[in-house]
Write a protein of this length. Structure first.
Lengths: 235, 357, 329
């Protein structure tokens, strides 16, 4: 299968702090790729570097065969990458509709995609003209994900979507991701290992700015020693 | 740690400047040179106290002249109302400090709590309100004309510090030992003392905390330093020092008015001095003050001469641009270029040179 | 913790402030005719200050850029408009149509100047110091000094008399209330600009982008929009509005000096701090409050006029540290 996103020895500094010391992994087309790791290991920085929100070392990121390191965030987004940040990045003063229409390229909705979003997240249809700050945490997360798929994208970067959500909503979110992954590749950063295991096909573990493990989720899930060693999970 | 070459250069320059200021009355024997030397002393303190704020906490105040003015007007009003005694000097100075402290605390608590960027706007607004008040309350402040007054007996030019056999003023190396000399050394000594005090503060543990806050505010807060309290304290401290400098300057000049103590032009001077010299070094204040005051006194004359020269040759437009009135235009341009290209100023750039990595 | 209805109530609440202010002044004055005159003067001043302040507020909201040189646009706008009117003084006496044309040209001239100066300022002065507040404050301050000196060099330091069309001179007398025509004109023009801005922000895609950008710049970029281009546009618009505000103010004062911008800047700062940086409604609210206060206090206690705005700002900051109606962040 084709490699969609290839990261080679990516180094990123924020101010005077070196956060990533050389991150290398490949994301294949289709399915969910999970990036695991402890707090502060560099997962969020990896996503932000791909998105161009931090400046990574030159020529370290290839997307669809094109070097995107050093491009502006807007240009990277236009190549077909969507980003769902950890804080969701919802525009609270805008309505649900306005949040979504802003994410379309032409300023109007493709009715087929919109219907699909309503099916995935019925709450969004219900609160269509409500200002986004008034939504619940789970609804905001749904809006953030919906915004990422309102246009066809090749890759979605999602940062800890289950953080602080109730278990029922986490389950619904998992369903949604499974469906989205049928047509779009997802690079998921996750602390919730059970959630990650249920979705992931390939995975990598990041620690202290390095990738310390790469493989398939099936192998990793079966190796509880490795999990304990890399993630500090008790078996 | 061994000092780098640049640091040695800066420190050697400091020694030379200190020596020149110490012997100024003997080295440059004319009234104007002494005026320049005294102004340099005062502005070193004023700019260093501003540097304490901008260079060590990273917040910009446009009200520094206001505190300078509180001190100057405090002394001036007291000397005018109470007569030329030391009691008036003390009362005026203390009153100036008290007003500065109250105003600084009020501004600090309201605006530093909110957002650092508000601080610059609020201090600017406060300073302009005080400027207008000073010209409106002309019964007390003398309005636009300012106040002239007499200072203690010791500082009168006619006062003889020592006499020779004929009862005339004793001369040392050709310099009259009169009250003017005493006044100059009063200015020099208080300025040196205040500067050394501030220097001591910056190398104390307190100074280290300030640097930590400047480098990374969020981190300093996380470690447990109360950033707002520190900032408000530094703001008050710098206000008090500025106020003291104002009092001393008022005693030296025997005149206080908006142009010498309160106008926005002085604030611009202070900004220029601190940026030219280098923020966050203390030494930068010395270099900036020396260069700017010298330029103010001598470069402006040069501009006037150049403008006339160009005009007599018949070059169009240039005379207008070189006129001494356009002085601020060029300073503004230089200021912008400096902030772009040498944000560390002369002292900072020099001291960064030759540091072994 | 506040409930949503509490928050809503409070948000509605701050809009009542100008009304409360008017009511208090009415009681203190006890002279209805002066009250009406002063209220109209306050509203007109508020609208002109709103023009000057709205750009500063939006620019800060969108890019976190605080432009201390903003008052240069106000001064230049005033002097450009005054110069155009002086140049067309023949038109001003040539009947209703020519006089209107001269006025329109003067206002358009200041707007055009504001657009061009804004473009220059953004690309040359501000661009290199994005995200560095300390240097931003210093550099824009430096630019302000240079601009003021340029105005001095071009127009000289002596006060400049502003000609204005005769149909804007004088006052309407209704009963014992006198209403200056120019004030009504200023109010109507300011209100139209406000309505236009609200339509732009709430009804267009560009406006949607601006509102989103004020909240979260990075996310707008992550959706594929180049925020820097948007920012240049907003900066130019803000500069043009400031210049228009300056031009209107010149007509209001009829005698202008290069110090005009600096004096108005203090008022503008107070307005955006009171209103909350980044929000147009907040800026309008702050401007109206400041305009009314300045006129009422100027009548009731003239000595306090300037300090009153300062005290007002301090009080509001104590009560609401982010201003009355800040943009959602």
């Amino acid at each position: 299968m084709n490699v969609l996103l290839s990261i080679r020895d990516m180094k990123t500094s924020i101010g005077q702090y070196h956060v990533l010391h050389g991150v290398t992994f490949d994301v294949r087309e289709g399915g969910v790729f999970v990036l695991l790791g402890r707090n502060g290991a560099g997962k969020t920085t990896t996503l932000r570097s791909i998105m161009g929100l931090w400046q990574p070392s030159p020529a370290s990121i290839t997307f669809k065969g094109q070097n995107i390191a050093g491009m502006t965030t807007a240009d990277i987004a236009r190549l077909g990458i969507a980003y769902v940040p950890e804080n969701m990045g919802i525009f609270g003063g805008l309505t649900v509709q306005e949040n979504l229409i802003l994410a379309t390229t032409k300023g109007r909705f493709d009715q087929i995609r919109l219907r699909r979003i309503y099916e995935l997240f019925p709450a969004l249809e219900q609160f269509w003209s409500k200002q986004a700050w008034a939504l619940s945490g789970g609804q905001k997360q749904m809006l953030a994900v919906a915004r990422a798929i309102i246009e066809p994208r090749d890759l979605i970067l999602v940062d800890e979507p289950t953080k602080g959500l109730a278990p029922s909503i986490v389950a619904a979110m998992g369903e949604a991701f499974r469906e989205i992954a049928l047509t779009t590749t997802i690079l998921l950063v996750e602390q919730n290992f059970n959630f990650a295991r249920s979705l992931g096909r390939d995975m990598a573990v990041i620690d202290d700015g390095h990738v310390v493990h790469r493989g398939t989720m099936a192998d990793f899930a079966a190796d509880s020693d490795l999990q304990g060693k890399l993630l500090g999970l008790s078996a | 740690m061994k000092d780098s070459f640049g640091t040695v250069t800066v420190k050697a320059t400091m020694l030379v400047i200190a020596a020149l200021l110490l012997f100024a009355p003997f080295l440059f024997q004319d009234i104007r040179a002494l005026e320049v030397a005294a102004r340099i002393c005062i502005f070193i303190v004023l700019v260093a106290s501003f540097d304490l704020l901008i260079g060590y906490t990273g917040i910009v105040s446009f009200a520094h002249t206001m505190f300078f003015g509180f001190g100057a007007y405090g002394s001036a009003i007291a000397l005018k109302q109470m007569g030329p005694g030391w009691d008036a000097v003390a009362a005026g100075t203390i009153a100036g400090i008290a007003v500065s402290l109250v105003v600084a605390t009020a501004i600090g608590l309201v605006s530093l709590r909110v957002k650092a960027i508000f601080f610059a706007m609020i201090t600017l607004a406060a300073a302009s309100v005080v400027l207008v008040l000073a010209s409106q309350l002309s019964q007390v402040t003398g309005g636009e004309d300012g106040i002239t007054y007499r200072t203690p007996e010791l500082f009168k030019t006619a006062t003889k510090l020592a006499v020779d056999e004929d009862g005339k003023v004793l001369r040392w190396f050709g310099v009259k030992l009169n009250g003017k000399l005493a006044a100059y050394y009063f200015v020099f000594a208080t300025s040196l003392l205040l500067f050394l005090l501030m220097l001591r503060i910056t190398v104390s543990p307190f100074g280290t905390v300030l640097k930590a806050i400047r480098e990374n505010e969020a981190r300093a807060e996380a470690i447990g330093y109360r950033v707002v309290a520190y900032r408000t304290f530094v703001f008050c401290l710098s206000a008090v020092v500025a106020s003291l400098a104002g009092s001393v300057y008022a005693i030296w000049l025997k005149y206080t008015g908006p142009d010498t103590a309160l106008s926005f032009a002085i604030m611009i001077d202070i900004l220029l001095m601190v940026v030219i010299g280098g923020m966050g070094t203390m030494w930068g204040a010395v270099i900036g003050a020396v260069l700017m005051v010298m330029a103010q006194y001598y470069l402006r004359d040069l501009m006037g001469a150049a403008s006339e020269a160009v005009a007599s040759v018949g070059v169009p437009f240039l005379p207008e641009l070189l006129a001494p009135d356009r002085w601020l235009l060029w300073l503004g341009v230089i200021f912008i270029l400096l902030v772009y290209f040498f944000p560390r100023g002369i002292a900072g750039t020099l001291m960064a040179k030759g540091i072994r990595k | 913790m506040d409930t949503i209805s509490d928050t809503l109530g409070r948000f509605g609440g701050v809009y009542l402030l100008p009304l409360a202010l008017g009511a208090v002044a009415f009681i203190l004055m006890g002279a209805p005719s002066s009250w009406v005159t002063l209220t109209i003067a306050g509203l007109a001043m508020g609208m002109m200050v709103f023009l000057m302040a709205s750009g500063l507020s939006l620019v800060f909201g969108l890019m976190d850029v605080l432009n201390f040189g903003h008052s240069a646009f106000i001064s230049f706008g005033a002097f450009v408009a005054a110069s155009i009117l002086a140049g067309l003084s023949g038109w001003l006496e040539g009947g209703w149509f020519l006089a209107s044309a001269a006025l329109a040209l003067a206002l358009l001239g200041s707007i055009a100047f504001g657009l061009a100066a804004g473009l220059f300022f953004e690309t040359v002065i501000i661009r290199p110091v994005y995200r560095d507040h300390l240097r931003q404050i210093l550099i824009t301050m430096g630019a302000l000094i240079v601009s003021e000196q340029l105005i001095l060099a071009i127009w000289g330091g002596t006060p400049f008399t502003v000609a204005r069309p005769t149909f804007l001179e004088g006052a309407w007398i209704i009963g014992d209330v006198s209403i200056e025509i120019y004030r009504v004109f200023a109010f109507v023009l300011g209100l139209s600009v406000f309505v236009g801005l609200m339509l732009l922000l709430n009804r267009t895609r560009i406006g949607l982008l601006i509102r989103a950008g004020v909240e979260n710049r990075e996310m707008v970029e992550s959706l594929g929009f180049k925020i820097n281009r948007l920012f240049i546009g907003v900066f130019m618009l803000g500069s043009a509005l400031a210049a228009l505000g300056g031009a209107m103010w010149a007509g209001y004062e009829t005698l202008i000096t290069p110090a005009l911008g600096g004096e108005m800047m203090i008022v503008v700062f107070i307005v955006v701090i009171i209103g909350g940086l980044g929000s147009i409604e907040g800026t309008l609210l702050g401007a109206i409050i400041v305009g009314l206060t300045a006129n009422y206090v100027g009548f009731l206690a003239p000595k306090l006029a300037l300090a009153s705005n300062m005290i007002l700002m301090m009080a509001i900051l104590m009560w609401r540290p982010s201003g009355l109606k800040p943009a959602v962040k």
